[in-house]
Design a protein around this ligand. Structure first.
Ligand code: CO
Ligand code: CO
Ligand code: CO
Length: 328
C-alpha cells in the first residue's frame, strides 16, 4: 500500500448527507464547514506532521501557522485549537516537548486563538499539530469552487519550502537561508485572508502538501475552469532552485507529479528544476487567491503595504480547458 492508496481509501468513504454540512468530504476543500444558525457556521480542520526544522520552538510555531491556514483560506476567523502530540519519551528530553508546545501556544495567541485542550501519545517519532475551529458567516465562506474566467490568480508566499527542508535534513542549508525559510513558514495567512475579503474574492485555497500545481488543479476542477500560470511570475526561494538542481527532492514532490501530471500542461522548455518547484509540497504555504483583475491590482498593492512582500499575480482563470492547469 502507498500514500496514493491511503488517499483513495479516504475518498471512498460513504458520504452521508446532512443539510447543515456546507463543505464536507465531497468537496475536497480546505476544511469542513457546518452551519449552526443562519448567521453562524463553524470551520473545522486538523493537521499534524514530523519536524521540518531542527529548532523545537520554531517547529511548534510552524505547526500552528500551518494548521490555522485552512481556516484563513476559507475566509474564517480561527477561535479555538487543540494540541495533537505524538512524542518519543524514550529518545527525546521533555524540555524538547516543552519548547514545541510553547512555540505552538505563542503562535496561537498571536492569532487570537484559545488553546482549549489536546491529546498526546507516546510514539516512535515526534509529530505535532492541531485541530482548529473557526467561525464564519455561512454566506461569506470563501471556497475553492468560485473562480471565474477572467479572474487573476495571486500567490502570497514563495515556493520551495519542501525542497529546502529536504536539503536541511542533509545539513546543506546555510543559517541565513534557514532563517528566511523559517520566517516564511511561521507567518500567519491572517492578513492576506482579511485583505482578500475586504477587496472581494471569488475563490481561495492554501498551498500545502500537494504543491502549487496540485492545489491549483483542485481549485480549477472544483470551479470548473482552466487556469493559466506564468512560470516567470511565480515567487520561489532562489535556494530551492539550487537544491532542486542538485537533486534534493522530497518524496512527496514525485508523488504530486505522478498524481497531478494528467491535469497539468507544462511548456517543455521550462527547466526540470523549475518544474520541481511547482510540484514541491509546501508547509504553511501561502494563499492562492482568485479575484477580478481590478481587485487583483488593488489587493496586490495592499498586500505589499501590509508587508506580504512576496505576493504576486501568477496567472489567470480561463474558461477552457476545464480542470486543467497550463504553465507557460
Ligand atoms: Co488547505
Ligand atoms: Co490542511
Ligand atoms: Co484524550
Amino acid at each position: 500500500m502507498g500514500p496514493g492508496d491511503l488517499k483513495k481509501a479516504l475518498c471512498d468513504l460513504p458520504l452521508i448527507a446532512n443539510p447543515n454540512v456546507i463543505r464536507g468530504m465531497a468537496n475536497l476543500d480546505d476544511a469542513g464547514v457546518y452551519k449552526l444558525t443562519d448567521e453562524l457556521a463553524i470551520i473545522q480542520t486538523v493537521d499534524f506532521f514530523t519536524p521540518i526544522v531542527d529548532d523545537p520552538y520554531t517547529f511548534g510555531q510552524i505547526a500552528a501557522a500551518n494548521a490555522l491556514s485552512d481556516v484563513y483560506a476559507m475566509g474564517g476567523q480561527p477561535v479555538t485549537a487543540m494540541n495533537l502530540v505524538c512524542f518519543p519519551t524514550k529518545s527525546l528530553a521533555i524540555s524538547v516537548l516543552k519548547a514545541v508546545l510553547r512555540g505552538g501556544i505563542d503562535k496561537m495567541s498571536e492569532a487570537g486563538v484559545a488553546l482549549v485542550g489536546g491529546h498526546s501519545i507516546d510514539d516512535a517519532e515526534l509529530k505535532y499539530g492541531f485541530s482548529v475551529t473557526g467561525i464564519v458567516h455561512p454566506e461569506k465562506i470563501v471556497t475553492n469552487a468560485g473562480a471565474r474566467a477572467g479572474d487573476m490568480v495571486i500567490l502570497t508566499k514563495p515556493l520551495g519550502t519542501g525542497i529546502i527542508s529536504t536539503a536541511l535534513k542533509a545539513k546543506m542549508v546555510k543559517e541565513a537561508t534557514i532563517a528566511k525559510l523559517t520566517r516564511c513558514m511561521v507567518t500567519l495567512n491572517s492578513q492576506a485572508s482579511e485583505l482578500m475579503q475586504e477587496v472581494g474574492v471569488h475563490a481561495c485555497t492554501d498551498v500545502t502538501g500537494f504543491g502549487l500545481l496540485g492545489h491549483t488543479v483542485q481549485l480549477a476542477q472544483n470551479s470548473q475552469v482552466g487556469i493559466n500560470l506564468k512560470a516567470s511570475s511565480i515567487p520561489s526561494f532562489p535556494e530551492a532552485g539550487e537544491f532542486a538542481r542538485q537533486g534534493m527532492c522530497p518524496a512527496g514532490l514525485q508523488r504530486n507529479r505522478e498524481f497531478y501530471s494528467p491535469s497539468v500542461k507544462i511548456a517543455p522548455e521550462l527547466p526540470d528544476y523549475r518544474q520541481d518547484i511547482l510540484f514541491d509540497p509546501q508547509t504553511s504555504g501561502g494563499l492562492l487567491i482568485c479575484l477580478s483583475p481590478e481587485g487583483a491590482e488593488r489587493l496586490l498593492k495592499q498586500l505589499k503595504r501590509a508587508g506580504v512582500a512576496d505576493a504576486a499575480i501568477i496567472g489567470e482563470v480561463v474558461s477552457q480547458p476545464r480542470g486543467v492547469v497550463t504553465v507557460k
